[in-house]
Write a protein that binds this ligand. Structure first.
Ligand code: SF4
Length: 173
């Protein structure tokens, strides 16, 4: 398990960050976009029409965003499903992408905590929580209904956040 597992691969994604997420016109985004609707700069091949000019045109938020590999994971999971033709499936895909983004962010945080030189008990807890997060993102725990997976992920994310809060106390001592 390494930082390589956190690399986004846009070539294996169907432009999910440019569809699933919302943003508001601001100094980071050039227009308003609601969640679940494609950005009007998104090409039909899932590339960005203004990719090279995003900073110039006021889309620094797009440059800064990193799904940490959630995009290619969600795309692969829904490859055999008709998300293009069935809006309800598309909404499940977008929800899974959002969930995977949270899982990958937590995976990154728990991986980074390996560098803290934690006491053995906390280190064992970190490793166990990381294994659960990875299992939901990549492994056997990714099976089941969307509701089941969501509930499993919520529990693991809540426990991981509580663990990181406790670590913050330990590290600041
Ligand atoms: S501007 Fe480009 S990168 Fe940003 S959301 Fe739209 S299509 Fe995606």
């Amino acid at each position: 398990m390494s930082q390589d597992d956190l690399q986004a691969d846009c070539s294996r994604c169907v432009g999910l960050c440019c569809v699933a997420l919302s943003f508001d016109r601001s100094d980071r985004f050039g227009h308003d976009k609601i969640a679940g609707e494609p950005c009007y700069h998104l090409r039909s091949d899932f590339g960005c029409k203004i990719h090279a000019r995003r900073e110039e045109l006021g889309y620094e938020g797009c440059i800064a965003f990193d799904c940490l590999g959630a995009g290619q994971r969600a795309t692969a999971l829904f490859a055999e499903r008709d998300w293009r033709g069935d809006r309800s499936v598309a909404l499940q895909l977008y929800a899974r992408f959002s969930l995977l983004t949270k899982l990958q962010e937590m995976r990154q945080a728990l991986l980074t905590a390996a560098d803290l030189g934690l006491p053995a008990e906390l280190e064992a807890e970190r490793v166990a929580l990381l294994a659960r997060i990875v299992d939901i993102a990549d492994g056997d725990a990714a099976a089941g209904t969307e509701a089941e997976i969501g509930a499993r992920a919520d529990t693991a994310l809540t426990q991981s956040k509580a663990f990181l809060r406790r670590l913050a106390d330990v590290v600041s001592l």
